[in-house]
Design a binder for this molecule. Structure first.
Ligand code: PHE
Length: 378
């Protein structure tokens, strides 16, 4: 309703003011933030607002009416101002109240919230420990490819294509003619070719075999290969090294059992077994009720392998071992089922790591079974 004030009587002016105040009331029901109140303020009382438009034409009203018109407009303006200010003030107080009550809701005396924390995987942890032991002994740490050639995985290790020893390692063959390495031994020849003698190297790594999964077999597992080549290396060096390695990792003296073993790339080949750390030698499913676990197949590097690595077997001798890292980690942490290691369920792994050390040390060894086992609830 756009009235021209010059023609209107006081009655129509009041109608117009009432209309503006209705607009105000409606605006206030919608304005719930200070910003919205400010916008409403500008639209009603601002330069281009309706009240200003009325003020501008006061001077054109007949002198007889001018005073009354001016007063009516001013009074309306004051009422509008007051309503807007009141709403702004109450919104400000509400915001301050909300802040105070939020502050009151925080209770600094409450106990903190537990945030589960990850940890190093048991296999990685043992791997790092072994790396530390061997770097102290002057070994370098090497890595080889997980996708390996037939030559490095078998042939250079004295296992020709028609040799029955190939059947000992169920192999994942790839379409490109390569395979997923079945052990870390291929890095022996890689290291010999790369460094030449004398040589001390340690190769932790992931290996793969076409296995049926059960509590002690995985298709993906870890080994650590050790290789030492020098002028007068003998089997005595190898056994001393094995004892040092296993005792340091288990943080206690372990008992070893030495048996002959056959691997085409060592001569003589031996198997070093450790007394079962799960049952302390008392016989359990993990040690297949024998009290011993095969942990360290090893031997003196076969002359053919030295030759494949361009090393003269008349000048140099060496030993090699292939430690079952996964199995050792299971022994160390009392993990009874190999499948939890790759399963991606962090609960048993975090539990094992956190509770390891003291508990397993006092429980294991010859004095009885460790009290920690992931099959038991924490
Ligand atoms: N590579 C052998 C295996 O995986 C282990 C081994 C390594 C044996 C080095 C002797 C010497 O079964």
């Amino acid at each position: 309703m756009d009235l021209d004030i010059r023609d209107m009587d006081l009655f129509s002016l009041n109608a117009r003011l009432e209309q503006i105040e209705t607009e105000l009331a409606l605006g206030l029901t919608r304005a719930v933030t200070l910003d919205e109140v400010k916008k409403l303020d500008a639209s009603l009382l601002g330069k281009d607002g309706p009240l200003n438009a009325l003020m501008k034409v006061i001077k054109e009203v007949s002198p007889a009416n001018r005073g009354a018109v001016g007063q009516a407009i001013n009074a309306a303006k004051q009422r509008i101002r007051a309503s807007l200010d009141e709403r702004s003030a109450s919104l400000q107080t509400a915001a301050a109240d909300a802040e105070t009550s939020a502050a009151l809701l925080y209770d600094p005396t409450l106990p903190g919230r537990f945030r589960p924390m990850g940890c190093v995987h048991p296999v990685t942890s043992v791997q790092w420990e072994i790396e530390r032991i061997f770097t102290r002994l002057g070994f370098t740490i090497e890595a080889g490819p997980e996708m390996e050639t037939e030559e490095y995985n078998f042939e250079a290790l004295n296992i020709p294509a028609d040799h029955p020893a190939r059947d000992m390692q169920d192999t994942f063959w790839l379409k490109n003619g390569m395979c997923l390495r079945t052990h870390t031994s291929p890095v022996q020849v890689r290291a010999m070719r790369k460094f030449g003698p004398p040589l001390r190297t340690l190769v932790p790594g992931r290996c793969f075999r076409y296995e049926t999964l059960d509590a002690s077999h995985e298709n993906t597992f870890h080994q650590v290969e050790g290789l030492m080549i020098d002028r007068d290396i003998s089997i005595a060096n190898l056994i001393a090294m094995a004892k040092l390695l296993l005792s340091e990792v288990m943080h206690r003296e372990v008992e070893l059992r030495i048996r002959p073993g056959f691997f085409p790339f060592v001569e003589p080949g031996i198997e070093i077994d450790m007394n079962c750390q799960i049952c302390g030698g008392k016989k359990c499913p993990t040690c297949k009720h024998s009290g011993w676990v095969e942990i360290l197949p090893c031997g003196m590097v076969h002359p053919n392998v030295l030759r494949a690595g361009n090393i003269d077997p008349d000048q140099w001798t060496g030993f090699a071992f292939g430690l079952g890292l996964t199995r050792l980690a299971m022994m160390k942490y009392g993990i009874r089922d190999i499948r939890v290691l790759n399963a991606g369920d962090l609960r048993p792994l975090v539990g094992v790591r956190r509770l390891s050390g003291a508990v397993i040390q006092e429980g294991a060894g010859t004095s009885g079974p460790p009290r920690l086992g992931i099959s038991r609830p924490e």
